[in-house]
Ligand binder design. Sequence first.
Ligand SMILES: Cc1cc2nc3c(=O)[nH]c(=O)nc-3n(C[C@H](O)[C@H](O)[C@H](O)COP(=O)(O)OP(=O)(O)OC[C@H]3O[C@@H](n4cnc5c(N)ncnc54)[C@H](O)[C@@H]3O)c2cc1C
Length: 366
Amino acid sequence: MITIVGAGLGGLTLARVLGVHGVETVVYDLDASPAARHQGGMLDMHEESGQMALRAAGLFAEFQSAVLPGGDASRVLDKHGAVLLDQPGDGRRPEIDRGVLRDLLLHSLPEGTVRWGARVTGVRPTSGGYELTFAGGPTETTELLVGADGAWSRVRPLLTGDQPVYAGLSFVEIRVPRARADHPRLADVVGDGMLFALDDERGFLAHRESDDELCVYVAIKKPAEWATGGEVSRESLLALFPDWHADLRSLVSESEGALIPRPIYALPIGQRWPRVPGVTLVGDAAHLMSPFAGEGANLAMQDAAELARAIVAHPADLEAALGAYESAMFPRARGAAEESMRNLVDLFQPGAGRRLADFFSSMPTG
Ligand SMILES: Cc1cc2nc3c(=O)[nH]c(=O)nc-3n(C[C@H](O)[C@H](O)[C@H](O)COP(=O)(O)OP(=O)(O)OC[C@H]3O[C@@H](n4cnc5c(N)ncnc54)[C@H](O)[C@@H]3O)c2cc1C
């Protein structure tokens, strides 16, 4: 039995691919239930990572029937609303609702695999394994432990003392429900897929979701405390965009519900650790990076699929399996983290919209 901490995309993919090969797992997650929180916005699945993992999980056909048609379109505006790029998708990076993808993986697992409401508060080595402590619950021991528990991993300290560092930029997530029906102008502004409106070292990143809701990230360079201090309101967001086009400002003023602060953190680029028996990490726990390469979820799923394959290939030597997995994962994560750091710097400098439009135009199509 393999113990996985975290029922995000990384942990669930790992449990599923191992299950396909007859390896049993238990997954602990702190959320009280699968419905405890909104899973966030759309994700585009890359062929060599997210899509590869879905094939390994035997779920590619179900994935294909759940993608948002046309959702991979891209549009870039400047702050005056001028269209710098408007490009339909080519189907190579299909977009799926993150909650739909999570449910696809979750429902593929045997009942009871995921133990909800299980917050791991501590992990310590024991003779021949690890002991996990839970908030308000009994302890568990395991011989093989995988930390898939995201940015603030409780498993990571067994491997490295590195902690995420604030990247200098925060998102505030806002939502415009019933866009086509009640906010047709905004639905038109965002279009079928992803909208980028970047200027003045700030901007809006928005996406149409499968339930006709617009998910909008308002991005701004501010201290982390600005986002988390409870002071952000629709008025204070609008004050940061005084001379931006009315349609873009309306993304804020016509939004409904809670404003969700998402300060962006990243682990040091190129983080690695010496092999520690019986434990490893996948996804954000291993290599949290800013979202500007669009790789985090894709990498989490690729890590999971490759770790599962390594375990299946070395049934009698789990240390060889973990070593093989990590030696491929470290350089892969470094490359993506470098790209996301470059993009973070580039997208929040003057003239970013024009550069992004030129970049999209230069990408090969078909
Ligand atoms: C605003 C934003 C936009 C993004 N956009 C994209 C994108 O377009 N494409 C892309 O590929 N990536 C994107 N990412 C990155 C992506 O969201 C992450 O890389 C991905 O979710 C990582 O998956 P994971 O399974 O490693 O971790 P997580 O999704 O963080 O899952 C970790 C799980 O562990 C659980 N957990 C945590 N601590 C404990 C504990 N102590 N005990 C028990 N359970 C615990 C949590 O409840 C959670 O379910 C984006 C990120 C952000 C912030």
